[in-house]
Each structure stands twice: as C-alpha cells, then as structure tokens.
Design a protein around this ligand. Structure first.
Ligand code: BGP
Length: 484
C-alpha cells in the first residue's frame, strides 16, 4: 500500500512540543562542582568505535573519563538555551543528576547548590517559553549507593529514590510540568550487556549467581519506585504529567513464515514488558508464565502490587532509533544494543556507521504499536542520527544526511498522527547539542543541530556553532512541521 496520505490540509496540533533531548551526564560536566557526588557514569571510561566503555572503580588514573567535562553545559547552559530558543524550541528534555541533589544518595538533607543549579536552568528555559521535560533517572545514580547498598538489588533504593524525586518535584512544582521516571527502563532486558545493566541499576549482572532472575528483581524495585513517584507527584501538583520512558525497537519477523511471525511476537514481549507494568499497573500473563517455567521467585509483596496499580503513568515517552528483525531458525546470541537471539540483518533497510538500522516507516509502525496497546498519549523523546561531522575550512557543517534522516522520520510521524490518529504530545530529537555518546563514550558520534568543538580525547575549545540542520529544524518548528 502506498503510504501517501493527504496531510496537506491537516496539521499537527498548535501545542505540539517540538524540542530536543539530552541527559545530564552526557552534557553537563562539572562533575565535582557544587558539591556534586560521584555518579556511576563518572567512572566509565571513554570507549572507541566498536569498543565498549569500561566500568572502573573510579580511581583508575591512566584513562579518560568523558563525562567529567562532557560539553560543559554546567557552565554554558545560558548560551545553549539561547540557541535552543533561536531554533524555536517549545520544550527541552534533560535529566537531573541525582548526585547533585543527594551526593551520596542516602543523606538526610539535599544539597542546596545542586538544587539551585536546576532552578537557574529551568528559569533560563522558562524565560524563553521553553517547557522543561525532566527525566529523574537517565542511566545514572550515586556511586555510593552501589558500593554501600548494592544498587537497585536492595529494596532500600526505593526509599532513597522516592525521597530524591519528591524533593525535586516539590522544589520545581511551579517550573516543571512534564516528568519521566526511568530512561529506557526496558533496556535492562539487555542485562548481558554490562553497560546497560550497570548504568540503569548499579548491578553487574554477570557477577550474580542467577543474572536474569536478579535483573527482574532489580527492575521490580524500580517499577515500584516509579509508581510511588507517579502517585506522590500527582499529590504535589495534580497538573503534573508523569510518564515512563521505554526504548522502542520494533522487532519484525524476517519473513511471513508463521514461525518467524510468532518468534517476533515473543521477542516483542521482551521489549514491552516493563512498559506494560508502568501503563497497566500489573505484570502481564506472559512474564508470569516465564517465571513459572524458569522457577524464578521475584519478591513482590501485596503492598507492591497495590502501589503498581495506583501509580500508572499519564503518558508513554519512548526513544526510537531503529527496527530489528528475527528469524526463528537462526537462534544465535545477539550482541550489543539491538541484539536479540535470532537477530538478522533486514535487507530492506540501510544501517548507520554504528550498525543501527535506519527505518523511518518503523517509527510510524512503533507509534501505532504503542498507541494500540496502551491508548495513552505518546511522546517521542529521542530519535536521531549519530554521524561523524566534517567542519569545512570556513567553519560550516553541511549535515544533509542528518536532515534527510530527521525529515523522513518526521514525515512518518505526521502520518501516524494525521492518518492513524495517534495522540502524540511532541518530538524531541536526541542530542540536540553534540554530547558524549552513551554507548561508546565518543564525541565523534554526533547528533546535534549545534556543533561543539571537542574531540574524542577531550581536546577542543568547546565553542558552539550552528550546523546546516540548525536552520532546517528552526524552519520545521516555525512551520509546525509543514515545511520539511
Ligand atoms: C539512548 C539513550 C541516550 C543516548 C542515545 C543514543 O539509548 O537514552 O542516552 O545516548 O541512546 O545513543 P548513543 O549516544 O550511544 O549513540
């Protein structure tokens, strides 16, 4: 079927939240400023193309820790927010670094300098009419909680996290309306990939006796914490919109063979699981069966069940970068970000330099999948194209490949809204300003509309400049997505 709906006479809603997204540790730097405590991401080394980042104990001397300075948003935020305003952003998604608020995580009183930093940042955004969209936990937590308490394996983390969340929700109740609890919570299903497991929960699952069972227990604690935060957040300000955040990587069947089709359904259970709990307030039947089969015993109290039921989310935030495909008769160990046993290359789509499959139609598909499943407003809080940018002698950056990627995805996003009737709140492309790549720790994997002069080894002036995509996106926002 030709996907060419008549979008000409219909437009996206006037209040559509166009913007951009980053996370505290990937942009801020200032790792020891304002009494900030050590975060688990502060002890991750920089990787290199194709090489994983190394999790250290934080005292290893002869290696580079890219998050320590990142792109120094901590000191440059006024300049950066001004550039976001120039592009016409309606919203800006970032996270709060837990370690700025509670440096160790278990203190009685919060750290005023950390609270003040985000007050200043939110004031700066609001000055330009830009709504902050805030993730409470984006792949980081205080290192102290990992060393002293064992990370999210320990039930006590629920109380520490809720205290942190309530502290910031009370403080910013008149400045921030849109919140999300845990970034890409479902990536913990990739627990065999230590980077995800560790940064999401402070646990290195391969060191556990029963890694998978442990992962379910860990995420259960996070889900309970999230539900409590949703409930308490609504008490603090009934106008808050509090969402979850899942990585949406639709998994296609490689062929229409019934076995491939069924296998893709099973693979998607893995992707849906934690979002299902956030939205429906209970564990789905397929996971209960899996736990029975595997003889897993996850500690879930009747009180936990009540909390999950009472703390369902207002909306579903999700990231979309790629799709994946599986073939039932090629059950092999997948690896890396999009790996799943039985993963195969999709011959119909191209890949980025980092092997991420580029599939704009997959975004329309994802929007339909999530909307049909949940019937909740959706928010695309990450999407984008990591690429190596070349700076011309005159300082210009002609990132037509990035424009082409985003244009194709926005076109499909519009079809989902205007043809399929999906309720979509907004769109915030990832890394609107160049930042440290999460998976590789590199600077050269860039997503931004704004270029930052800094290389993989940490050298550079940190000067900001506008790429060609900056002007393109400015016009997209100005025309509310009509001119792409
Ligand atoms: C998502 C994370 C982000 C971000 C993005 C791009 O999974 O939520 O933090 O980094 O992926 O990934 P990368 O930076 O590795 O290209």
């Amino acid at each position: 079927m030709e996907n060419s709906g008549n979008t000409g006479r219909q437009t996206l809603p006037d209040n559509f939240l166009w913007g951009g997204a980053v996370a505290a540790h990937q942009v801020e730097g200032g790792w020891q400023e304002g009494n900030k405590g050590l975060s688990i991401v502060d002890v991750l080394t920089g990787g290199a193309h194709g090489v994983d980042r190394i999790i250290t104990d934080g005292v290893k001397k002869d290696c580079y820790y890219p998050n320590h300075e990142a792109v120094d948003f901590y000191h440059h935020y006024k300049e950066d927010v001004k550039l976001f305003a120039e592009m016409g952003f309606k919203c800006f998604r970032t996270s709060i670094a837990w370690t700025r608020i509670f440096p160790h995580g278990d203190e009685e009183e919060p750290n005023e300098a950390g609270l003040q930093f985000y007050d200043d940042l939110f004031d700066e955004l609001l000055k330009y009419g830009i709504e902050p969209v805030i993730t409470l936990s984006h792949f980081e937590m205080p290192l102290y909680l990992v060393k002293q308490y064992g990370g999210w394996k320990n039930r006590k983390l629920i109380d520490f996290f809720v205290k942190y969340a309530v502290t910031v929700m009370k403080r910013y109740k008149d400045k921030v309306k849109y919140w999300m609890t845990f970034n890409e919570i479902n990536n913990q299903k990739n627990y065999k990939y230590p980077l995800f497991g560790y940064t999401c929960s402070g646990v290195i699952f391969e060191n556990e006796e029963k890694p998978e069972e442990c992962m379910y227990q860990v995420v259960h604690h996070e889900l309970v914490a999230s539900a409590l935060v949703v409930k308490k957040g609504h008490e603090i300000n009934p106008d808050f919109k509090i969402g979850c955040m899942v990585a949406c990587v639709p998994i296609y069947p490689y062929s229409c063979h019934p076995d491939d089709m069924m296998y893709s359904v099973e693979a998607m259970h893995d992707r849906y699981l934690f979002g299902d709990v956030h939205v429906r307030g209970e564990y789905p039947s397929y996971i209960k069966k899996e736990w029975e089969r595997k003889n897993y015993h996850i500690e879930i109290t009747p009180e936990d069940e009540r909390i999950l039921r009472e703390g369902t989310v207002d909306y579903v935030g999700f990231s979309y970068y790629m799709t994946n495909a599986v073939k039932a008769d090629v059950i092999q160990e997948g690896n890396g970000l999009d790996g799943y046993p039985g993963s195969v290359s999709n011959p119909f789509v191209k890949k980025s330099d980092w092997g991420w499959q580029i599939d704009p139609v997959g975004l329309r598909y994802a929007l339909n999948l999530l909307y049909e499943r949940y019937q909740k407003p959706l928010f695309i809080v990450e999407n984008g194209f990591g690429a190596i940018d070349e700076v011309k002698p005159d300082g210009s950056i002609e990132d037509d490949y990035r424009i082409a990627y985003l244009k194709a995805h926005i076109e499909e996003m519009k079809k989902a809204v205007l043809i399929d009737g999906v309720d979509l709140m907004g769109y915030t492309p990832w890394g609107c300003i160049d930042c440290v790549s999460f998976t590789t720790g590199e600077m050269k994997k860039r997503y931004g509309f704004i270029y930052v002069d800094k290389d993989n080894n940490g050298n550079g002036t940190l000067a900001r400049s506008r790429k060609k995509s900056f002007y393109w996106y400015q016009n997209v926002i100005k025309s509310n997505g009509e001119e792409l």
